[in-house]
Design a binder for this molecule. Sequence first.
Ligand SMILES: Nc1nc2c(ncn2[C@@H]2O[C@H](COP(=O)(O)OP(=O)(O)OP(=O)(O)O)[C@@H](O)[C@H]2O)c(=O)[nH]1
Ligand SMILES: [Mg+2]
Length: 306
Amino acid sequence: MGLFSAIKKGLSKTRDALVGELKGIVGAGKITDDTLEELEEHLIKADVGVEAAFLLTDALRENALGKSLTTEQVLDIMRDEAERLLKDPPPFELKGKPHVVLVIGVNGAGKTTTIGKLAARWINEGKKVMIAACDTFRAAAIDQLETWAQRSGAEFVKHQEGSDPAAVAYDACQAAVARDCDILIVDTAGRLHNKDYLMEELKKIVRVMKKVNPEFPQDIWLVIDGNTGQNTINQTKIFNQSFPLTGLVVTKLDGTARGGSVLSITSSLQIPIRWVGMGEQIDQLVEFDKREYIDGLFENALEESK
Ligand SMILES: Nc1nc2c(ncn2[C@@H]2O[C@H](COP(=O)(O)OP(=O)(O)OP(=O)(O)O)[C@@H](O)[C@H]2O)c(=O)[nH]1
Ligand SMILES: [Mg+2]
């Protein structure tokens, strides 16, 4: 399955909800305030998120109120607005040697898997990559990352289960410098954004990294599950208050994802989406592409809904 169709499939729930009922709402004559209100409610249900739902309907209010438009025309206006809301990330470039990427997120979001995929990708590009197991809660978590290190050919740093994650991070930074690695990717335990002590633990990881080099970590990426819908926006906001997030990874867009919510995340927080997880396999990670995403959300939607 090509990237385009994979994204389309992943976004199918949002798209179906968006377009399927849009026809009924719009097809009834002139666009009125009532139509827009109904549409707004509908967009929120389709999980594009409250912020994006407001912005999309505002765009319609400006351009469509009082007019008789076809469903295609209404979709076009929303599409233009979505294009305005989404940002393409600046190209990923290495800033320093090693370039350290700290990967954080709630439980089960896909952090460890994403790290394995990233390591494989960068090693394929000829880079020397190290990964570090700062999820020390469970032995299984360390083993899981070690398996990814073996599969991808990355160097691997771990301590015993139950050890201080910050100590692992410190060692890994030093080892990555000593072994002349291009990139160090640091895995962390899943944590809920509202658990203060876990957020403190992450802050400690960042602090000790800076002892090795004040520039570390050059990137902090939040991994979010594309199926979580509206919840991801709150998560992202709270993580971003504690850590200056430099990018997002949205995983599981291959499933029956409600990936429309990423529209709201980028529009309200201005954090670029960098990577998209499209499956469990090592090569199923793609660079986020705004065009493909928007096509996945809107293209041929009318055809499908017929
Ligand atoms: N379909 C699909 N599954 C994924 C993707 N990314 C991760 N997964 C699966 O999601 C589950 C959780 O992935 P992990 O990488 O272990 O998630 P994690 O964030 O490290 O989890 P914790 O360490 O427990 O917080 C695993 O079964 C993965 O195979 C994806 O892009 N698509
Ligand atoms: Mg993990």
